[in-house]
Design a binder for this molecule. Structure first.
Ligand code: SDX
Length: 434
């Protein structure tokens, strides 16, 4: 795609007086980008941007975030409209193919995904290699990566059909693997997927049904879960998506790339925050303790941060947190949970933090992880499974971004450089002389 030039920046080397013209390109919306691809060749200098706070790593048409306005668009559609009107598999189609499906496209896509949810029986032996108390995210990393040991018929990343087959398999099978990771951890038999159930309903059924009796999934809880999956489906070039893109840029197969994304998501600064929020709320325990934890969060000498607060991009409310808070109340009402102490605590913590100048000055607002754990806990999901659910939802975002990268004709292996501060060249010293 030819980028639209919008401006030119001139970079001047004040030591030599040399100037360099840097083209500036505009997107359909959002900040322009300064094209520095020729910078090293022209100036013999690298740019320096640890954490990539000011760096655009790629072109993309999938998701747009306006951090100041608290806007999140999937292929142009606002997240709150999708959460209110769409469903997860329709959102998967939108992220993968770029437009909302018509009736027949939707039926065909849902049918294809539904009929790819089962796992090869041989996978059961994978699970039994883990300890029962293994963290489910460790199981997810291992088992999702192992998919590439089974599906040799869809590993040619240069074959569009192979890419789509792998994409469908991942969207369909990751929930089954996730539910089986949970069942394995509690010592219950795996529950096979059911083709007569919707995506979220089927996931909850695989999580909580047992062979001993019929299990009917609450429609309200299935709807809440479906909405949570929509909210977590994609989010531009976040840490785990960038991991998937970087892994994929070497030509690694999609199953291995998604396993790398799962590993990155696990961190408490990223998708692991939802589990960390619940741990933090349980540690705070009582509204009276909130000020001491706010104090800890502000203390530069204390590594403690308020989990579920802050975001690299959002300097306003995370629009997903708003929808999540609304879902929280709906789920608790549906379950007849009055006065959930953790929710009361979370809302009081949010109120106090948003009045504290430290948080106000740094524009630290609740993010998507702040409320999700409370809903998951109310539904009966154990804390160790919270990030697994995030991975289930984000698989479609990861694989959509991976497809976009592979299909980009200018795509090349990602290989950042560095500012080297180590030792200069020095000669080896024999052991006897050290
Ligand atoms: C997700 O990128 C994505 O899109 C991710 C995600 C997605 O959908 O993929 O949205 C999902 O990962 C949401 C974020 C979940 N993580 C947490 O809730 C963990 C707690 N949050 C922080 O760790 C932090 O806010 C980050 C990691 C989310 C963002 O960190 P940044 O962008 O590197 O910001 P920063 O660390 O430079 O913070 C700026 C300032 C610092 O203080 P000063 O040095 O300016 O004095 O704000 C402070 C930070 O110390 N700060 C916090 C804080 N978050 C930032 N202080 C206390 N508590 C916090 N939570």
């Amino acid at each position: 795609m030819t980028l639209e030039k919008n401006n030119t920046f001139t970079l001047t080397n004040n030591n030599s007086g040399e100037s360099f013209e840097l083209p500036v390109f505009k997107g359909s919306v959002g900040p322009d980008v300064i094209d520095i691809r020729k910078l090293y060749g022209d100036t013999n200098c690298f740019t320096y941007d640890p954490g990539f706070t000011s760096t655009g790593s790629c072109e993309s048409k999938i998701t747009y975030i306006d951090g100041d306005e608290g806007i999140l668009l999937y292929r142009g559609y606002p997240i709150d409209q999708l959460a209110d009107n769409s469903d997860y598999l329709e959102t998967c189609y939108l992220l993968l193919f770029g437009d909302l499906p018509n009736q027949s496209q939707k039926e065909s896509f849902v049918n294809d995904i539904t009929h790819h949810t089962m796992l090869h029986e041989q996978f059961n032996t994978f699970f039994h290699g883990f300890r029962r108390d293994a963290h489910p995210m460790a199981v997810m990393c291992g088992v999702v990566g192992a998919l590439s040991a089974f599906y040799h018929d869809s590993l040619d990343i240069n074959d569009p059909h192979h890419r789509m087959v792998s994409s469908y398999r991942l969207i369909a099978k990751v929930p089954t693997i996730a539910a089986q990771a949970y069942k394995y951890s509690v010592g219950q038999p795996f529950i096979t997927p059911r083709n007569d159930l919707g995506f979220a309903e089927n996931f909850l059924h695989m999580m909580f049904a047992t062979p001993a009796e019929d299990y009917v999934v609450s429609k309200t809880l299935a709807k809440a879960m479906d909405r949570i999956l929509i909210l977590h489906a994609d989010h531009e070039q976040n840490a785990s998506t960038s991991t998937v893109r970087l892994a994929g840029s070497s030509g690694a197969n999609p199953f291995a790339c998604i396993a790398a994304g799962i590993a990155s998501l696990w961190g408490p600064a990223h998708g692991g925050a939802n589990e960390a929020v619940l741990k933090m709320l349980n540690e705070i325990g009582d509204v009276s303790k909130i000020p001491s934890f706010i104090k800890k969060a502000k203390d530069k000498d204390d590594p403690f941060r308020l989990m579920g607060f802050g975001h690299r991009v959002y300097k306003n409310f995370d629009p997903r947190a708003k929808v999540m808070q609304q879902s929280c109340h709906e789920v608790l009402d549906e379950l007849g949970i009055k006065g959930e102490p953790l929710l009361d605590l979370a809302m009081e913590l949010e109120r106090i933090a948003l009045e504290d100048e430290y948080f106000v000055n740094r524009k630290l607002y609740p993010n998507v992880d702040f409320y999700s754990g409370i809903i998951f806990k109310a539904i009966g999901i154990p804390e160790t499974m919270f990030t697994v659910l995030f991975a289930v939802a984000r698989t479609v975002g990861w694989i959509s971004q991976w497809n976009e990268m592979i299909e980009d004709p200018t795509q090349k292996i990602g290989r950042p450089r560095q500012l080297y501060l180590g030792e200069n060249k020095r000669d080896y010293i024999e052991l006897s002389n050290r």
